[in-house]
Design a protein around this ligand. Structure first.
Ligand code: SF4
Ligand code: SF4
Length: 421
């Protein structure tokens, strides 16, 4: 806001003598308050429309149109900022540091998609998120990712979420924004590396459905949690599942849970033993994760400006290093006692160690939880959209003969239909 007002108040200086050119901004300038309110209104309207289109109207075409609008508005026009994915970092910093204020708009962007996910599933991902919309439009020939690889890659967003929140809460930076692969495309500028990552992901996304959403997006983890207990949800069939299997391969995001009616049976004893082993492994993983996280946090803290300076000053004070650096010389000019600097550095280091431990515990919990989930065999009668993974894209709907019947379209011959209710 201060930048916005300043930009309105003073014209930029001209360096006619030296010919120096002012560098441009990498991030969009803050906008006037009414425009920020407009963004929130557009977000809420788009979420409500997406929920209606996905759950009630069951319209793939409508979702594609809304996705294009969201891509143009939140992506190219708003330049990917403000962004629900990145907003979780502001919230984490706000929770960790009481002096850090989180703007109401950022809160709205962070929380509104989660509230909608609690009610209607991941309708934000279906057609409101510009990252998702961009990848969705790129998908031309989806290929299946091997199951073992899919399971492994799906752990990455959980780890990324833990790291992003720890970095934000400890003042270590906003890594989600820093390494956002699509924001460079929305802004048509950015580092060569990030532009290459963005283009690489889009090319990959022509064959692998939404790679960023499935294997990277940290916000998708929270949306998945909220969606797993959602009150209403995407249903592949508008009526009754007849297990015709026509929708089995229709989801490019591997988000359909198959019926287990025809699955080969496994001995109960083997299942129980496997589950017991995974449950016993969990505390071992937690201890290892906590310890490793603490050590990593301690090492990462050394990169922090204050810790780094304190270490340098300590070496100079104890005669282990001769001479000074710019930073240590500047510190001495302030006349502040070194004890204060050491105390500040200890506080920062303790914060990093705590954050590292929490992050390590979180990663261990995610891996342990995944192993336990894999060991549990669930019985399922119907083909269903997985409540956590389903992106509510509506692609699978028209593969269901019940849906074709509902739309008055022809149903493939010999396919069983449920009797009308
Ligand atoms: S998973 Fe993440 S990137 Fe993908 S649509 Fe959802 S919020 Fe956007
Ligand atoms: S709506 Fe259907 S096709 Fe789309 S993500 Fe969900 S299960 Fe997959």
């Amino acid at each position: 806001m201060i930048l916005f007002l300043a930009a309105q108040r003073f014209p930029p200086p001209e360096f006619s003598e030296t010919g120096h050119k002012l560098p441009g901004f990498n991030t969009p300038l803050p906008r006037g308050p009414w425009l920020e309110h407009l963004d929130v209104i557009v977000l809420l309207a788009a979420l409500a429309l997406a929920a209606w289109l996905a759950l009630r109207r069951r319209s793939r075409r409508g979702l594609v149109a809304l996705g294009i609008f969201s891509l143009l508005y939140f992506g190219f026009w708003r330049k990917g900022c403000i962004c629900s994915i990145g907003s979780i970092q502001n919230m984490a910093q706000g929770l960790a540091d009481s002096s850090f204020g989180v703007p109401a708009t950022v809160l709205a962007f962070g929380l509104a998609p989660l509230v909608f996910a609690l009610l209607f599933g991941r309708v934000f991902c279906s057609a409101v998120c510009p990252h998702g919309a961009l990848q969705d439009l790129m998908l031309i020939k989806p290929v299946r990712v091997p199951v073992w690889l899919e399971h492994g890659l799906r752990l990455i967003p959980y780890i990324y979420l833990g790291l992003a929140l720890v970095f934000a809460a400890t003042g270590g930076g906003y890594i989600i924004c820093q390494y956002d692969p699509f924001v460079t495309i929305f802004r048509l500028s950015g580092s060569v590396l990030m532009v290459a990552c963005g283009i690489g992901l889009l090319v990959l996304g022509m064959f692998v459905g939404r790679p960023y959403c499935r294997f990277l997006c940290p916000y998708g983890v929270l949306l998945g949690f909220a969606s797993s207990v959602s009150k209403w949800r995407v249903r592949i069939t508008p009526d009754t599942c007849t297990q015709c299997r026509l929708c089995e391969q229709s989801c490019p995001f591997d988000a359909i849970n198959k019926s287990t009616i025809d699955a080969p049976s496994r001995s109960m004893t083997t299942d129980k033993r496997l589950l017991a082993a995974m449950i016993l492994l969990l505390p071992v993983l937690l201890i290892a994760g906590g310890l490793l996280g603490g050590v990593t946090g301690k090492n990462l803290a050394r990169k922090h400006r204050i810790v780094n300076l304190a270490e340098r000053v300590y070496l100079e004070e104890t005669g282990k290093e001769s001479g000074t650096t710019d930073a240590s010389a500047a510190f001495r000019v302030t006349g502040e006692p070194v004890e204060n600097l050491y105390a500040d550095a200890r506080t920062v280091r303790d914060r990093y160690v705590l954050a590292g431990r929490l992050c390590g515990l979180w990663i261990a919990l995610v891996i342990g939880g995944k192993l336990i989930m894999l060991a549990i065999r669930r019985k399922r009668h119907d083909y269903e959209a997985d409540q956590t993974r389903c992106l509510a894209c509506a692609r699978c709907f028209t593969d269901c003969p019940q849906e074709l019947q509902r739309l008055g379209l022809s149903v493939p011959e010999g396919v069983p239909l449920a009797p009308p209710l």
